[in-house]
Design a protein around this ligand. Structure first.
Ligand SMILES: [Zn+2]
Length: 398
């Protein structure tokens, strides 16, 4: 049965950590959806509640979990209390948390611990393979899109959706939840369903949830009305269902005065010299023609906007080849490249010596690169922990 379409999205909602669960443990793939990791984004939660209800009597092959994000912030209708829950999954905090040594100092950190424990239980009680989906909305109007860390597994899976796919956002963000699970080798990515509190975002989230359950093998095409959900998303992203990469971020601090000019939509093309915002009393004009991504139209946040460009098909193919050949194994033999730790997970690149190791080249090899001052990059291989063998017998992998 189909739930009634909601006319107005409530500002505050009260939910449990596990919003709902369907299916039988250990019988197939496990899909874990998060809604409301940002408390001012209830649309994903509402969509999950509706899908759970609609599927109540349907036989599912595997397990479908709907997990609440920042549930205390959702109850207050605010993005977070003190710390953004989607920036807490840093290496520093998570190493402590995994070792049982992390002490929460605020409400958001308590949420982090609870979510971590909930997922740990699921990972222990299910056999997988596991899929993580994080449902969000944006402060500006947008075509629905996917944000994904650039690993071969993630790319292969997300290409199934008729949506714009944004690679590499994690290079600019510290501690998003989806990166933590991605770095554990799982398929894990985010879906932005539309503008905050818009009813369209709920419908888009529902279509995304149904398609995902189908792609993972939990439901057959006939069980989900595939065409309807696929068309809903495809119609909105006509001609945009490609990979894009972020090449620039405009960062702001709490004290900065930033105001985006009215009317910018996500993925909007901008011309050279176009006036797009005001920053501490100065005009921000475009240095070149580009495409705006995630313009900021809310009071909280450090990302004023990003600039993106379409990734050429040739580079997508070349990068798969280079990663399969494991060309990067020779990197530490080069002058100016050093292992950072004994565990050999990260390398430090001295750009004064290893000038040719530019960010675009490192991306091709499957590394995320973080700028450390002017002349150094810290690089980390996204493929190193890939759980490819756990997914390779799944229907979509072939
Ligand atoms: Zn969000």
């Amino acid at each position: 049965m189909r739930e009634q379409v909601i006319k107005e999205v409530p500002k505050a909602i009260h939910i449990n950590r596990i919003i709902g669960k369907l299916g039988t443990e250990n019988t197939g793939p496990t899909c874990i959806f998060f809604g409301g990791v940002h408390g001012n984004e209830p649309s994903g939660v509402i969509a999950l509640q509706q899908v759970l209800k609609e599927l109540e009597k349907v036989k599912i092959h595997g397990s479908f979990y709907a997990i609440g994000g920042n549930i205390s912030a959702l109850a207050n209708g605010e993005r977070y209390h003190e710390k953004d829950l989607n920036r807490l999954w840093t290496e520093k905090i998570m190493t402590k948390l995994e070792g049982g040594e992390f002490q929460a100092e605020n409400e958001d950190e308590r949420e982090l611990i609870q979510i971590y424990d909930t997922i740990k239980n699921i990972l222990n009680s299910e056999k997988g393979p596991f899929y993580f989906f994080d449902l969000h909305t944006t402060s500006s109007k947008t075509t629905p899109f996917i944000t994904v860390n650039d690993s071969i597994l993630n790319r292969k899976f997300t290409e199934l959706y008729p949506l714009p796919l944004i690679l590499g956002i994690e290079e600019y963000l510290d501690g998003p939840m989806l990166s933590y699970y991605n770095e554990k080798g799982f398929i894990s990515f985010g879906f932005e369903g539309g503008e905050h509190y818009s009813t369209e975002a709920i419908e888009n989230h529902k279509a995304f949830i149904y398609l995902s359950l189908h792609f993972c093998g939990l439901l057959d095409e006939e069980q989900i009305n595939f065409e309807e959900h696929h068309n809903l998303l495809a119609q909105q992203s006509q001609g945009m269902a490609h990979f894009y990469e972020i090449y620039e971020r405009f960062e702001i601090n709490e004290k900065d005065q930033f105001k985006m000019k009215e009317g910018y939509k996500n993925f909007q093309r901008v011309r050279k010299n176009e006036l797009i915002a005001e920053f501490n009393g100065k005009e921000i004009k475009m240095k070149e023609a580009s495409m705006i991504f995630m313009p900021l139209y809310q009071s909280r946040g450090n990302d004023a906007y990003f600039l993106i460009k379409k990734t050429a098909e040739f580079f997508l193919k070349l990068s798969i080849l280079l990663r399969q050949l494991k060309i990067d194994r020779i990197l530490p033999l080069l002058p100016g490249v050093l292992w950072c730790t004994d565990r050999k997970e990260k390398m430090l690149v001295d750009l004064k010596i290893a000038r040719f190791l530019t960010k675009p080249f490192l991306h091709l090899l499957g590394y995320r690169a973080r700028q450390m001052g002017e002349d150094a990059l810290i690089i980390k291989n996204r493929e190193a922990n890939s759980r490819k063998s756990e997914y390779k017998n799944e229907g979509w992998y072939k």
